[in-house]
Design a protein around this ligand. Structure first.
Ligand code: NAP
Length: 288
């Protein structure tokens, strides 16, 4: 299968490119420099040239606070980009998968968010990601939207991906105690994205590791425990102490209503994801 991966220089993009190569796909891994998805013209030209069977969009402007300051750039990358790719995928008859976020929800619910819950984003990032879902689905009915959250993995620059390295160095880390999500290992997410391509059934999927989810501090302590580190290295803080420009949901734990019915088994527990991520022989593991 010929697979085009956009945002291929990012955390999920790298994992997806690797997973597809492992399965013998011909992978066209385009990073931001190679393809700016905000340009309809460039997107159309690249898809015409490559003629992929599937397009997996891992590109996004993921700086949540940055999006708050520059709505136009956020809209271009996170809403118009998926629409451009969806439309061009339709022209070349490719399956289209695009990743969205748990931040489309307001976080006021106490349990897990499913596809039955009405999105109500609080931040510009959440707002434009939701617009991206809808614009893509309007442009191409064959669109598969995958909402995920709290993603960690090799090469990631976010807190969840870097906390292990920091604890290994015996650094004290501050971790948020009042924001809960469903941690998701990028390698497991990547494998599921490819399965969804093969399934080719459009819709909105929630893809996260199984388990009850965790707050950032609980995740950090689980990482510390795996590394045999003193739990006192992790200091719990409240979100309000960080004074970040963009509001975040208090609870953005996800659960999927349709995956099982479509024959997809639950992803492993997130603690297994942590274990794999921290394992010294990770590079020899397959992405599935
Ligand atoms: N990480 C999480 O916890 C999380 C949670 C929920 C959903 N998601 C979603 O998961 C997807 C993958 O995110 P990630 O975690 O892999 O983020 P990431 O590491 O920041 O990767 C995103 C990549 O997209 C590129 N990019 C930005 N604007 C672009 C544009 N206009 N055209 C092409 N490429 C562009 C970035 O390149 P530059 O850095 O060079 O600009 C970056 O390499 C995104 O849709 C994100 O919204 C992530």
């Amino acid at each position: 299968m010929r697979v085009l991966v956009t945002g291929a220089g990012g955390l999920v993009g790298r994992a997806v490119s690797k997973d597809c190569r492992t399965h013998g796909d011909e992978v066209f891994a385009l990073d931001h420099q190679a393809l700016d998805i905000a340009s309809a013209e460039l997107v159309e030209r690249e898809l015409e040239r490559i003629q992929p069977d599937a397009v997996i969009n891992c590109a996004a402007w993921t700086d949540v606070d940055g999006c708050e300051r520059d709505h136009a750039r956020a809209q271009a990358a996170n809403a118009d980009g998926p629409e451009n790719l969806a439309r061009a995928s339709r022209t070349v008859d490719a399956v289209f998968v695009t990743i969205s976020t748990d931040y489309v929800f307001d976080g006021e619910k106490d349990g897990f968010y499913t596809q039955d819950d009405e999105p109500n984003p609080k931040s510009i990032y959440g707002l434009v990601k939701l617009a991206g879902e809808r614009q893509a689905q309007r442009a191409n009915a064959r669109t598969i939207v995958v909402r995920s959250g709290f993603i960690f993995g090799p090469g990631g620059r976010n807190f969840l991906s870097t906390v292990g390295e920091r604890l290994r160095r015996q650094e004290q880390v501050s971790a948020i105690a009042d924001a809960w999500g469903t941690p998701t290992y990028a390698i497991h997410l990547a494998a599921r994205l490819r399965e969804l391509v093969l399934l080719d059934l459009p819709g909105t999927y929630h893809v996260v590791n199984s388990g009850d989810g965790a707050a950032y501090d609980e995740f950090a302590r689980a990482v510390g425990q795996e590394l045999g580190k003193d739990q006192s290295l992790v200091q719990s803080v409240l979100s309000s102490a960080l004074k970040r420009p963009a509001p975040r949901p208090r609870n953005s734990r996800l659960r999927c209503l349709i995956s099982e019915a479509r024959g997809l088994s639950p992803l492993p527990p997130w603690r297994d994801g942590i274990r794999q991520f921290l394992s010294p022989d990770r590079s020899s593991q397959t992405a599935t």
